[in-house]
Write a protein that binds this ligand. Structure first.
Ligand SMILES: [Zn+2]
Ligand SMILES: [Zn+2]
Length: 344
């Protein structure tokens, strides 16, 4: 077997039962192409159409105009959200949070204590944000940089969402990985996650007592609602990661974000191996037995972290990246042939 220099630590293995190739129609000429999955994932800019030589996949920068919410939502996110919404009093809870002072308090906090990014304030960061928004078919929401050595980012707000990213994250990650993070947060906003996540964030940061003092809703957060809310928070990460991955269309850089969250040191950044991390993720997944969801819920003790389980997330991001759905989204819809465009 010829060694593959692209992969430190050996080439990735095709997991059993997954297709080795996807058949994609060229959006430029309609030609059918068989694309090898793992080879394409090394550089998604490279697959070209055998008929017209055009690029088969829409690379970063090209807006995904036909992207739907259903493309982004992970089934576990949808299921967990349905379970949360089915609980009594959840509507009361969200209704109480909406239209109160949440947006005012949150905006005040960041306007008063963080940097608001714009075309004149940290313009290169704003450009990454603007392009990530355009890629996902959204208007760029307000963006703040918050002073913190921790690697974190979050979207907040009840009615008018905005994104916050820490200075530590901007310092450590390169532009493409920062854009993956922004795409992740934008996806939370696009999928309507932010109100629920804001509630979860308030719950994590101050608990039920704080929510009662601030908004008089603590009594509505009965235990089953808290458990369902925190479980959904985990699952919503899988959807947001899909948006982050689509934003940059680069699996390795996306995995580097998860590696950063897991503890990648800045000084040794160039030595990181996404493939070795994915192999670690596979081993970690193999250790689980029984109901994955139950085990994830057990790990919810660590409620201080809003983006936990980077290894678990990397595993699922890579799995989705190998799927036909991911390739079809990047391939887009074939354009109608010229003769179809003539008006009667
Ligand atoms: Zn073509
Ligand atoms: Zn998230």
């Amino acid at each position: 077997m010829v060694p593959d220099d692209d992969f430190a630590g050996g080439p990735p293995q095709q997991p059993e039962g997954e297709p080795t190739h996807h058949t994609l129609r060229c959006r430029l000429c309609g030609g059918r192409n068989r694309v090898p999955v793992l080879r394409a994932l090394r550089d998604l800019r490279k697959p070209t159409c055998g008929k017209c030589s055009g690029r088969l996949l829409r690379v970063a920068g090209e807006p995904l105009t036909d992207l739907t919410d259903a493309d982004l939502a992970h089934p576990w996110d949808r299921d967990a959200l349905a379970a949360l919404r089915a609980l009594p009093r959840v509507d009361d809870l969200l209704g109480a949070l909406m239209g109160r002072t949440v947006d005012k308090v949150a905006h005040f906090r960041y306007l008063g204590g963080a940097l608001e990014v714009s075309s004149v304030q940290l313009p290169s960061l704003w450009e990454l944000h603007r392009r990530a928004s355009e890629r996902l078919g959204m208007r760029p929401p307000p963006l703040f940089v918050s002073q913190s050595p921790q690697l974190n980012a979050w979207a907040m707000g009840a009615g008018e969402p905005f994104v916050v990213i820490t200075s530590g994250l901007v310092d450590l990650l390169d532009d493409r990985s920062v854009q993956a993070v922004l795409g992740h947060e934008l996806t939370h906003i696009r999928l309507g996650h932010v109100l629920y996540r804001t509630l979860a964030r308030l719950l994590m940061s101050g608990g039920v007592g704080l929510l009662d003092r601030l908004f008089a809703i603590g009594s509505l957060l009965v235990k089953p609602v808290q458990v369902a809310l925190l479980r959904w928070v985990q699952m919503s990460e899988l959807s947001a990661d899909r948006g982050g991955l689509l934003t940059i269309a680069d699996l390795d850089d996306h995995i580097r974000v998860e590696m950063a969250l897991a503890g990648a040191p800045k000084r040794l950044w160039r030595e990181l191996s996404p493939q070795a991390f994915l192999a670690q993720a596979d081993r970690s997944e193999a250790l689980r037995s029984g109901d994955l969801l139950l085990q994830v819920t057990e790990l919810l003790d660590d409620t201080q972290r809003s983006h936990p389980l980077p290894v678990w997330r990397a595993h699922h991001a890579a799995k989705w990246a190998r799927s036909e759905a991911f390739f079809q989204i990047l391939a887009g819809q074939p354009r109608p042939a010229l003769e179809d465009l003539s008006t009667p």
